[in-house]
Structure formats: structure tokens, C-alpha cells
Design a protein around this ligand. Structure first.
Ligand code: PEP
Ligand code: MG
Length: 532
């Protein structure tokens, strides 16, 4: 019996699981011989069509993030740019499978080498498309891993995730992978524990492994005492979740009686479907970037998405953020190539640089604002002139809608405080209707430690006194200027950071839906000792 081996990784989706460690099959092998350019071309065309049809069938039975991911793949497969190199290689004498594999490998290498985490994370989608088409060419069907297994390998493709049977539990443990990948999003949505970046994870499987994706560890070949401890930890975590869920409808109140407003951060309207609006104080941040993930959305598409959230909120406040593209969120046709995108044209800077694109969103926001309690905030604001320009665009577009007889209303216009210049001198932005602290970006800019860079993760610490001092400064400025201040960065959802956030004076936070019950529970156990 091998000795127990405990390894650690990065948590991409929290939870506990135990089961056999099963290595995912490597890429589908290539083995055709060219039967001539015409036949190979026809074979690749047929395989591409089959892959697109398979994806279309999967989309019909999927929803939310899974459907989005599949639509992304379908759009890529239908784009001639992806297959051009393969057809050229076939014309030069290659077999269809060799040509396709080589063309995709080149693309995958490009994505893996990208500086941007978002693009590196998309390499798994390309591997998925590569295998899907190779499978269609060979007529093979992929073997399905057993239910309840802990799937392991360098990375996992979205199709492998969707094809796996998660009905008996299971987890994912990867040597590489990324918490920003599509699979990580799918895993979080389905509640499947997932660890990435376990660099020393051995190749091959194991009869038993215990995944603790709350502590970020995996234990191979556990002995009886570590199994017993695992069960204790798992039960304790389940107990915390049950206790939190049972209190989810209660007001968030510290043990010494201070109410804390807890709002939700929403990435997609579908995220709200399973949530009772009574459990929160509204939506503190609707990120609108998801609308731009498949090209530039028109006014009606945007209006429909915002309307869904505003209707769900049933009169509670909804804060919609104008598009925060750039930085780690590239949008084809909108963002620009930059050597240092986090310090470049992102957020409101980009929107003001491309006003024609921004104005479409402004009109949709003006139209939805009459349907509920809607506020709009601008991301990545650095100085007052940007706020003035953006609110000027809102006024101009409101005039245009009025002239065309289109119903609309002017929402409250506030800003994200996530650039140190604003956190140091918030009074310069005194025109804003509210401040919402973006602790994710504020921390990375104050600490000069990229939020997407694991090597400096320890520096990226929201509880560093410098970051907390700036948060406190914004809170005090808000009090002096009578401007409401909230926080919508991930720090609000982190029970370890919350005491420091409340001590800095914040009484309003916005967190991811999955964190809401645990955050309310954590608040109930905190005392803020008579602070105002
Ligand atoms: C933040 O920066 O804290 C924030 C909420 O915005 P995002 O994470 O979308 O950049
Ligand atoms: Mg931000």
C-alpha cells in the first residue's frame, strides 16, 4: 500500500469529495493516411459539420455558463480562420486528422503563451474542439470516467466536464488548469470541487483520494486516521453551510446589533434564478461584461438582460456597472492591444475612447432605469473629468430618447473606487452619487501585485494596512460629503477579511451569490465594538 501523499493547489471551486483518482484520457490519436486532397478535405468538412451539430445538440440541453461555453466553441468552429491552416496542409498532402491536429496545436500554443490569464484559460476550449473534430474523423467515442471519480490530468476540457457523470459526487484535481477557465466556472455553478495548479500531482490514478477544496489540498492513498479527520472536516463544513442556509433569510446583523447591508454581485442574470430576493438587500454590482463575450451587444439585447435583473430585484436597489472591458477582460472589436493592459484603456477610459459603442449601453441603461430602483456605476474612474464626460453622455442620450418619444429615466450615477488616486482624494469625485469600492483592483494597484498572478498572490492582500487605510479614507470622505459608500470587491465575501472591512467603517457590501449565506453567518458572529 503506497504511503499517504498530501499535495496542495489553488481552489477553483470549493467543496469536499472522496473517490478514486482517475486520469483523463490524453488527446485523441491521429492515425489516418491521406487518401488524396479531395477526400481528406471532404472528411474534415464532414467532421467539422458533425462537431458543430453535436455542440448544437448539447446547447439545446444546457443552460447558463455551459450553454455560453458551448456557443463560444460553436462560433470558433464555424469561423473559417480556425480551419484555414488545416485545409492548406491537406492541399499540401497531409491527412485530415494530422492537418487538423497540427493547426489546432499551433493555436493552442499561442493561447498558452498569451500573457493574459483569460486567453490562457481559453486553451482548454481549443483542446476540446481539437478532440471533438478528431473524434468525428475517427468515428471513436470518448470513454466516460466512472461516476464519483476525482478526475485528474494536466487540464480538463469543457466537453470532458460536461460528459462526466457528477450524480455521485466527484471532483477535479489538475496539475495545470486555471481558476478563470470555463471549466472552473462550470464547476462552481454545479458545486463540483476543483483544485488547479497541483504541480507535483503524479501522472496516473490512485485507488482513493480525498479532496478538501476548502483548504486547497488533496490526499492520495489516505490512511484510516486521515480518512477519519477528513470526515470530521467535511461534516464541520456541511454544518456551517446548513447553519448558514437556515439563517439566509435573516437580516445581516453583527452580534452587537449593527445592520450590514449585503447585496449580490451578478455576472449573468441566470445566476439569480435559484435565489430568493428576500435573502439580500439588492444587487450591488451587475457586471455587464458577459454581454460582450460574443461580440458587441445591441441595445435590445442589453435592455433584456438588465430588465431581467431589475424585475428579479422587485423594487430593491440594482447597481449596474457600465462595461469594464480591458485589463484581464479583452473584448474583440472593442479593447485594444496594449503592453500593460491593467494600466491602459480599461473600464470607463475605454468606453470614453469609443463613445459609439458606449452610447448603445447608455441608452439601454436609461431605458431600464424607469423600470425599477436602478443605479449605474462607472468602473476604473481616475479623475473627475471622466465622471463629467460619462454623465454628459447620459444626459445627451436622454435628450435623444426624449426626442424620439422613448420612455426612460435618469439613474443615479456613481463610481467604482478602485484606482488609488480616487481612494486617496475621493473628495475630487464629490459629484458622484455613490462610491463602490472595488477592493480587487484597489488591492492590486496599491500593492503593485497583479490579481491574476499566482507568484505574487501573497502580496495581493486586502488586509494590508495601506489598503485598509485607503478604504477607511473613502468611508470618511463619504460621510463628510454625504455620499453613500459600499464595497463590491471579493473582500466582502471573505470571512477572513470581513472584520477588517467592517472595522474600516463599511456597513454595506456586495458578494457573490454562493457566498451570501456564509457571509451573513460570519457577520452574526462579529462584534464591531461600538464603532459608528
Ligand atoms: C473590483 O475590482 O473589486 C471589482 C469588483 O471589479 P472587478 O473584479 O470586476 O474588476
Ligand atoms: Mg475592478
Amino acid at each position: 500500500m503506497p504511503l499517504p501523499l498530501k499535495l496542495t493547489g489553488t481552489i477553483a471551486s470549493p467543496g469536499f469529495a472522496h473517490g478514486p483518482l482517475v486520469a483523463l484520457a490524453a488527446s485523441v490519436p491521429t492515425k489516418r493516411r491521406s487518401r488524396g486532397a479531395a477526400e481528406e478535405t471532404a472528411a474534415l468538412e464532414a467532421a467539422l459539420a458533425r462537431a458543430v451539430a453535436d455542440i448544437a445538440a448539447l446547447i439545446a440541453s444546457s443552460s447558463g455558463a455551459a450553454a455560453d461555453m458551448l456557443e463560444f466553441q460553436m462560433a470558433m468552429l464555424e469561423d473559417d480562420a480556425l480551419s484555414q491552416a488545416a485545409f492548406a496542409a491537406i492541399a499540401a498532402g497531409s491527412a485530415a486528422d494530422t492537418a487538423w491536429a497540427a493547426a489546432l496545436d499551433e493555436q493552442i500554443a499561442g493561447y498558452i503563451a498569451a500573457e493574459d490569464e483569460y486567453f490562457r484559460a481559453r486553451s482548454a476550449d481549443l483542446r476540446d474542439m481539437k478532440d471533438r473534430v478528431l473524434q468525428a474523423l475517427s468515428g471513436a467515442t470518448a470513454a466516460r470516467p466512472p461516476a464519483g471519480a476525482i478526475l485528474t490530468g494536466d487540464d480538463i476540457t469543457p466537453s470532458q466536464f460536461i460528459a462526466a457523470d457528477w450524480s455521485q459526487g466527484g471532483a477535479i484535481a489538475l496539475r495545470q488548469g486555471s481558476a478563470a477557465s470555463h471549466v472552473a466556472m462550470l464547476a462552481r455553478a454545479r458545486g463540483i470541487p476543483m483544485l488547479v495548479g497541483i504541480s507535483d500531482l503524479p501522472a496516473g490514478g490512485a485507488a482513493m483520494a480525498l479532496v478538501d477544496a476548502e483548504a486547497g489540498s488533496i490526499l492520495l492513498h489516505p490512511d484510516p486516521s486521515s480518512r477519519a479527520q477528513f470526515t470530521i472536516d467535511q461534516n464541520a463544513a456541511a454544518g456551517r453551510r446548513d447553519q448558514a442556509a437556515a439563517r439566509a433569510h435573516l437580516e445581516a446583523m453583527t452580534s452587537d446589533g449593527t445592520h450590514i447591508a449585503v447585496h449580490l454581485n451578478v455576472a449573468e442574470p441566470d445566476d439569480l434564478e435559484a435565489i430568493d430576493v428576500a435573502t439580500c438587500d439588492g444587487v450591488g454590482l451587475m457586471r455587464s461584461e458577459f454581454l460582450y463575450s460574443r461580440g458587441l451587444p445591441d441595445e435590445e439585447t442589453q435592455l433584456a438582460a438588465y430588465r431581467k435583473v431589475v424585475r428579479w430585484a422587485s423594487g430593491k436597489p440594482v447597481v449596474i456597472r457600465t462595461v469594464d472591458a480591458g485589463g484581464d477582460k479583452p473584448v474583440p472589436g472593442f479593447t485594444v492591444d496594449e503592453s500593460n493592459p491593467f494600466l491602459g484603456l480599461r473600464g470607463l477610459r475605454l468606453a470614453l475612447a469609443k463613445p459609439d459603442i458606449f452610447r448603445v449601453q447608455v441608452r439601454a441603461l436609461l431605458r431600464v432605469a424607469r423600470e425599477g430602483n436602478v443605479s449605474v456605476m462607472f468602473p476604473m474612474v481616475s479623475q473627475a473629468s471622466e465622471y463629467a464626460s460619462a454623465s454628459g453622455i447620459f444626459r445627451e442620450e436622454a435628450q435623444g430618447l426624449l426626442a424620439r418619444g422613448i420612455p426612460h429615466a435618469m439613474p443615479r450615477l456613481g463610481i467604482m473606487v478602485e484606482v488609488p488616486a480616487v481612494a486617496i482624494a475621493p473628495e475630487l469625485l464629490g459629484e458622484a452619487a455613490f462610491f463602490s469600492i472595488g477592493s480587487n483592483d484597489l488591492t492590486q494597484y496599491v500593492m503593485a501585485a497583479g490579481r491574476d498572478n499566482g507568484a505574487v498572490a501573497a502580496l495581493n492582500n486586502v488586509t494590508h494596512p495601506a489598503v485598509l487605510a485607503l478604504i477607511g479614507n473613502v468611508v470618511r470622505a463619504g460621510e463628510a460629503l454625504n455620499i453613500p459608500v459600499s464595497l463590491c470587491g471579493d473582500a466582502g465575501g471573505d470571512p477572513a477579511a470581513l472584520p477588517a472591512i467592517l472595522a474600516a467603517g463599511l456597513r454595506s457590501i456586495s458578494v457573490a451569490p454562493a457566498q451570501l449565506p456564509l457571509v451573513k453567518l460570519a457577520i452574526a458572529s462579529m462584534s464591531i465594538g461600538g464603532q459608528a
